[in-house]
Every structure is written in C-alpha cells, then in structure tokens.
Design a protein around this ligand. Structure first.
Ligand SMILES: Nc1ncnc2c1ncn2[C@@H]1O[C@H](COP(=O)(O)OP(=O)(O)OP(=O)(O)O)[C@@H](O)[C@H]1O
Ligand SMILES: [Mg+2]
Length: 321
C-alpha cells in the first residue's frame, strides 16, 4: 500500500547554548489511510519534535516528508500552502489552542474562512453544524458558546471539528487526551478511531501512555532519545515486544493480577540528548547491553510480519536474511 504520508530519515537538531541537541535522529515513518500509528516514548524522547518536523514548524534539519508522493521540502511556496492544510494537528491542551474570545461556530469555521475561494464551499452554517455533529456536539447547544463554557473533552472535540474543516488527509494528535479524565479520554479516543475509519484519514497519535495506545492504534512506533527502537502492528508489539525498552515501558503499565516483582522498571532517567551515548542510545539503561552496544549503533532489522527492531540483542529472533 502506498502511504499517504511518508517521513524518511528525519533529523531534528536544536541549537542550544550548551551545544547541538539531538532531538530526533534518523526517524522514518509511514502513515496509511484508515490506520492510526501511535508514536510512544518518554517525555523528551522527541515525539513533538517529529510532529513539528512533519508540519515544517520549523523544517527538519534533515530528511524528507512526502504527502501523496509530493515532497514537502521541495514544494514551491504556493504548492506548500495548498498542501499544508491537508495535515492537521490537535494539541494536548484544547483550551489554549482555542481563541477564548471567539464562539465555537466561528472557531470551527476558521479553516473555511481562510479558504482562498469561499464561493466554492457549501453554506458555512450548515457545514459548521455538520462538523460539530461529526464530533458529537449539537450546533444548537454549543455553537454560540465560548471556550471557557466547555469541558476539556468538549473543547478537544471542537478542536477536532476545526481540524476536520480543513478536510485533512492526515490528523496528528499530540497527547490529545492526556489532559482529560478517563471518560472524556474514552469519548475522544472513540471519536478519533471512528473518524479515521469513516473519513479515511491517516492518523499519527502521540502518547506516552501505552494503555491508551493499545485501545486506539493499529501500529506503534517506539521512540527512545530521538531514535526508533521498534515498529509494528500494535497488538503484536505489545503482546511480545522485541526491544528491551518496549518491554520496560510495557512493564511500567499497571495491570491487575500481575505480581509487582515482574515489573521491570527503568532504573534511570534517559541520558541527555546533548551528549547521547555512543552506539545504541538505550544501552546505558539496558539490562542486556554488551560491548557491541557501545561500539555499534544497531540498524533496524525485520522481526516478524510488518515489524522491525533496532537492537543487537532483541527479545525475539530477527527474520533470516
Ligand atoms: N525549541 C527547542 N530548543 C531546544 N531544545 C528543544 C526545543 N524543542 C524541544 N527541545 C528538546 O528536544 C528534546 C525532545 O523534545 P520534544 O518536545 O520533542 O519531546 P516529547 O517527546 O514531545 O516530550 P513530552 O512527552 O514531554 O511532550 C527534548 O530534550 C527537548 O528539551
Ligand atoms: Mg511533546
């Protein structure tokens, strides 16, 4: 299947006073229609940096992003302006992303109002009602409200309706449910799943919470200190992780019935991205690390159907070459 969006060899280096900070190193991802890819990793692992690099806010230090086969890095200003709305993003804090002075109906219509040729659009009010309906909100009840008159979950649904108004092909949700309580989380997750299926979107769902990832995503990519550890279908990866880091993340998710002794917690904080370890970036925290891990950065290798792992000592046998 051809991906809707393909990021290849993404690298993000931030210039800081203490020197170059390697936030994202050689990350490649594919987003497909009607599928949600979850990007997981600890705080500071580079998840938001990847999302921003895809949106060119700012452009990545290296690497390419193609949308429907068109390279965004070489697209002309005009072509880029036409393509950019096709990738929409929803953020963690819904209230701060909504203009507090505007009414819900005008917030949702922002992408419509920005359209270069408004005459080609359907009736604004009808379209706004349709978009609010798609996220489970009634225009009659919510249209005239302002953001402070919404709950967190309702505000996040308004943010999603606004994203949909741009008729995106790709929807990126960066910790979009992390600030919500459990029941609002469930509503928004169901909504994201349903919209992905109905509208044929390609989703990138960013989260540090493997429990949430399990319920919403088809595929998962695990990030540690700016590098991908493993990728593959969510069910397979979570049932039997191939990378020790995924196993450690998984063990940190509380689960009823599992003896605490089996919980393998990461003993240390991640190393500094200002001075990442040589070789494998997980080796200083890894119970399986050997000399080879310090000397050689592990390449990504296939490990079962649709799966890949970057580890010298994976927990599953890698496919024979
Ligand atoms: N503008 C910037 N200038 C300098 N360093 C930055 C900048 N933005 C991010 N970083 C650094 O890049 C690294 C990755 O940050 P990023 O925000 O992508 O992580 P994250 O995985 O989204 O974390 P979180 O889960 O906390 O949102 C961190 O070490 C962060 O401090
Ligand atoms: Mg982030």
């Amino acid at each position: 299947m051809t991906p809707v969006l393909e990021a290849t060899g993404l690298r993000v280096v931030h210039r800081t006073r203490s020197g170059p900070l390697h936030a994202v190193s050689d990350v490649s991802l594919r987003l497909e229609r009607r599928r949600i890819l979850a990007l997981v990793g600890e705080s500071g692992s580079g998840k938001s940096s990847i999302a921003k690099a895809i949106l060119r806010l700012p452009a990545p230090t290296a690497g390419t992003v193609t949308l429907d086969g068109i390279d965004l890095s070489t697209a002309s200003g005009r072509a880029l302006r036409a393509l950019r709305p096709r990738i929409q993003m929803v953020f963690q804090d819904p209230l701060s992303s909504l203009n507090p002075r505007r009414r819900v109906k005008d917030i949702v219509a922002e992408p419509l109002d920005a359209h270069p040729d408004p005459h080609r659009l359907p009736d604004r009010a009808a379209r706004v009602a349709e978009l609010l309906d798609a996220v489970g909100l009634s225009a009659a009840v919510f249209g005239d409200r302002r953001p402070h008159q919404l709950s967190g979950g309702q505000a996040q649904r308004v943010a999603i309706a606004r994203a949909l108004a741009a008729e995106p092909q790709v929807l990126i949700a960066d910790e979009a449910v992390s600030a919500l309580d459990v029941s609002a989380q469930a509503t928004v997750l169901n909504l994201l799943r349903g919209l992905t299926d109905e509208l044929g979107l390609a989703g990138l769902f960013i989260s540090h919470d493997l429990g949430v990832v399990r319920t919403v995503s088809d595929d998962v990519a695990v990030l540690h200190l700016g590098r991908l550890c493993e990728q593959g279908p969510t069910e397979a990866v979570l049932a039997a992780p191939a990378h020790p880091y995924t196993a450690a993340l998984l063990a940190a998710v509380p689960e009823p019935g599992r003896p605490l002794g089996e919980t393998l917690l990461l003993p240390t904080d991640p190393p500094s991205p200002l001075d990442p370890p040589s070789g494998c970036r997980f080796r200083t925290r890894c119970p399986l690390a050997t000399e080879r891990c310090a000397a050689e950065d592990p390449a990504s290798r296939p490990v079962g159907p649709g799966r890949a792992v970057a580890c010298h000592h994976p927990l599953l046998p890698v496919d024979a070459a």
